[in-house]
Write a protein that binds this ligand. Structure first.
Ligand code: XUL
Ligand code: CO
Length: 439
């Protein structure tokens, strides 16, 4: 047993509870707009942070957290222990899903074939533990960015040899994801981007990336993988300019390369803010295109300019995000994956529970609040009224493609100036506050 202090699955105790190892808002069986919280939220644990995180940062090494599953000398023994610990944690937290990169769960071998064999071994163990606990795989992915061979990128590497390596690796990670019944497969850019245009053929690299995605689609069809393919936008880090900058950029890339029907987006909160957007902006752009597939829930720090991957704690952000998700009818087959890590100083095993409980409560509360706002039609009525001039007269003609510049000119000469109507931003912000407190 790796988490002896937590004896049983974390329980819902309600808002008044003072127990730090209990949920205050996340009541998995509570029905909201026709579905249980568990069905709505589809929480997942990110294996790389939660099991493999070491507390390392740019200024200090990786021995700060001595996790009990890391004490084994042989890499495969350590991997197996981590997998045991992982499923004990998932089970005790009561989450339905997990997510992994190939190298999170399986150690690198002496060559490619041995690495693949290690992955197969670990997939067998994961499959048995999934069966035992009922925890499912939300998505799998490939780490094609940490190894030095990917220094100049994977699919966008100027060397076709490195491209081929990444393709071979994704092939195996896709097989592993399928074997584990993964409901999605994620492509995050890693080092797909550039540092300087002085040595970069931008057009060529974009074409390489498109080829890579088409080859992935071909393989998906070949093996009959039923999960969704998701691209996770990020504007910078590790490269100065990532090609999958934000939702709009990725959607444009997909459209331009005939990939629209094969991919949706996995939107991460801290990536949105790094791009100079709010989380809800990125969710909205993806959702309005019918392409919001899943969520990586975390948060940045307003005082720091990098990807801090903190656990989400803002009821506001969770409410805004839930408004988008509820309006599109839910996030399934995607989910809410905590791509978040503890601060270096949070070194105790129980900190892992506190962090995830807080994140789950935050999104549960956001869901409840957003559902009330939608049920009461608070924003929808206001927004509908704000655009009502487009459902009659000149507005209706404009929107149905039946008007012209000449007609608008005639209209203005006749009617003169438009009347300024308040957007009532502060009034609406106050309403959101009321709902967050009272809903
Ligand atoms: C990196 C990031 C990744 C992806 C999966 O910023 O978010 O962990 O989610 O590769
Ligand atoms: Co992520």
């Amino acid at each position: 047993m790796y988490f002896p202090e937590v004896k049983k699955t974390i329980q819902f105790e309600g808002r008044k509870s003072k127990n730090p190892l209990a949920f205050k808002y996340y009541d998995e069986n509570k029905v909201i707009m026709g579905k249980t919280m568990k069905e709505h939220l589809r929480f997942a644990i990110a294996y790389w942070h939660t099991l493999k995180g070491t507390g390392a940062d740019m200024f200090g090494g990786s021995t700060v957290w001595n996790r009990p599953w890391n004490k084994y000398e042989k890499p495969l023994d350590a991997a197996k222990a981590a997998m045991e610990a992982a499923f004990e944690f998932f089970d005790k937290l009561g989450v339905a899903f997990w997510c992994f990169h190939d190298i999170d769960i399986a150690p690198a071998g002496k060559d490619f074939s041995e690495s693949c064999k290690n992955l197969e071994t670990m997939v067998k163990q994961a499959k048995a533990l999934q069966k035992k606990t009922g925890v499912k795989l939300l998505w799998g992915t490939t780490n094609a960015f940490s190894n030095p061979r990917f220094t100049h990128g994977a699919a966008t590497n100027p060397d076709a040899h490195a491209f081929a390596y990444a393709a071979a690796q994704v092939k195996h990670a896709l097989d592993a994801t399928q074997e584990l019944g993964g409901q999605n497969y994620v492509f995050w850019g890693g080092r797909e981007g550039y540092e300087t245009l002085l040595n970069t053929d931008y057009k060529h690299e974009q074409e390489q990336l498109a080829r890579f995605f088409h080859m992935a689609v071909d393989y998906k069809k070949k093996i009959g993988f039923k999960g969704s393919f998701l691209i996770e936008p990020k504007p910078k880090e590790p490269t100065k300019h990532q090609y999958d900058f934000d939702s709009a950029t990725v959607l444009n890339f997909l459209r331009a390369n005939n990939l629209m029907e094969y991919f949706k987006l996995n939107i991460e909160a801290n990536h949105a803010t790094l791009a100079g957007h709010t989380f809800e902006h990125e969710l909205t752009v993806a959702s309005e295109a019918g392409h919001l597939g899943s969520i990586d829930a975390n948060t940045g720090d307003p005082n720091l300019g990098w990807d801090t991957d903190q656990f989400p704690t803002s009821f506001y952000t969770a409410t805004y995000a839930s408004l988008v998700v509820l309006k599109q009818g839910g996030i399934a087959p995607g989910g809410i994956n905590f791509d978040a890590k503890l601060r270096r100083g949070s070194c105790d095993l129980n900190d892992l529970f506190y962090a995830h409980i807080g994140g789950m409560d935050t999104f549960a509360r956001g869901l409840e609040t957003a559902a009330k706002i939608i049920e009461d039609n608070v924003l929808d009525n206001f927004v509908a009224q704000r655009y009502s001039s487009y459902s009659k007269g000149i507005g209706k003609k404009i929107m149905s493609g039946k008007s012209s510049f000449e007609e608008c000119e005639k209209f203005i000469i006749e009617k003169g100036e438009p009347t300024l109507v308040s957007g009532r931003q502060e009034f609406l912000e106050n309403i959101i506050n009321d709902y967050i407190i009272n809903a």
